[in-house]
Ligand binder design. Sequence first.
Ligand SMILES: C[S@@+](CC[C@H](N)C(=O)[O-])C[C@H]1O[C@@H](n2cnc3c(N)ncnc32)[C@H](O)[C@@H]1O
Length: 439
Amino acid sequence: MFHQLSLFETDTNDSSRCFHRNIQKSGFDYQEINIGDITFKAGQMESVHRWYRLTPSYSPSLVRFLIQELQITKEHFVVDPFSGRGTTSIECQKLGIKSLGIEINPLLQQVGSKSLSWNTSSLYLFEKYLTEVSSLIDKFKEFSLEDVIEDLQTSIPIIHNVFRWWKKDILKNLIIFRQAMLKSEYYPINNYLWIALNQACLDCANIHRNHPTITFDDQHQRKIDVFTEVRENLGKIQTDLVNLNIEQVSFSELCSIQLGNSTYNLKQQINEPVDFVITSPPYPNRYSYVHQTRPQLHFMEVLDNVRQATEIDLQAIGGTWGRATSVLQKDLIVVPSEIKSYLCYYEELQSKSVLMCNYATKYFLDMWKHIKSLKEVKATRFRGVYIVGNSRLSGVEIFTESILGKLFRHEGFEVERIVSFRKRGGKKRLYETAIVVRS
Ligand SMILES: C[S@@+](CC[C@H](N)C(=O)[O-])C[C@H]1O[C@@H](n2cnc3c(N)ncnc32)[C@H](O)[C@@H]1O
């Protein structure tokens, strides 16, 4: 069913041999496919996808490839239980295929959801909004940030060390944009203003741009122009909306992304049998989606208090920040005997680091819960593709794809094959693979 496009060069290094040996030992069919760049970078050039940069997202071309290979049509219902910035749903909507995304991070859920609203009727309001903000910026030119906050009856983002994130004059202009966006006359374009400002508030922060993880750039001398950033973002949005074809615009709202937790109760979150899953859950690599979206979570006022962020990270699969880490520092998590043999890292890792061993184990237990819950919503002829990456914790290789494959098989799914797409980020040891399952 999956057509082999071209094998990529045979790699003879140790970690690669180890990876292949592990797949062989697991007894899964294995295939290598090269469809070019499947990382977020490709999405940065594509309409709608480029409205938000989420570095761990996959490329729209990967979703299109899978839709074609799986022969998904307008008759089918596709679910992405780990929706991220909504790549799967955006591609489905472009093709008129009904889909539902579930996402635990409210910032990403809103990004995805707003990216699916396609309406060209009120775009003339962009210019009006920009003109109004421009005169407000002028009006408040000599005002301090505190005066503006008082005048506009708003507050400073509740993020720790807020002025390390944004210089005061930058924050002042960002806040002027944010408050103007709330006026009722801009309601028809509110989703687009939100998206443009959400991206701008990150690009105007004192951080290194285009890095996969956020780190402060305290010494930068970059000239930051909030107005230009927002205007350019709105320009991209306008171009993309105008260039969508009429049929695509009419698909608008065929797809949706809801806030939820995919580790349990999928039956209550999904109302019809799921024909296909195309998704990429977090990898066990200690990347915290909540931590990485903190500036926007707080600037866009998505959260009411700081504690909420750590709470979400605690619920999220692979959460690894603050309390999510401290709860893992305690006793070694006991693994149910029925799946213990699948967790091949366990013995070696527990002797090296209880924290890391618990981190990996919680990750797989959460994914196991997800697989069990999926059983309750899958259609009779279900097929799913899970894109995952391997990782190393305390020097111990975590063969994510084999372990998840075994968990799927344990729950009665057939693992059709494991497909290796390519090495991740040019690093020899990191792979991106797809676990292809069916009922
Ligand atoms: C690898 S990203 C998905 C990226 C997505 N494929 C894209 O292209 O944007 C994994 C996502 O799963 C979300 N997530 C983590 N735990 C979750 C859970 N229990 N339920 C739903 N979503 C969850 C994370 O917040 C993150 O956005």
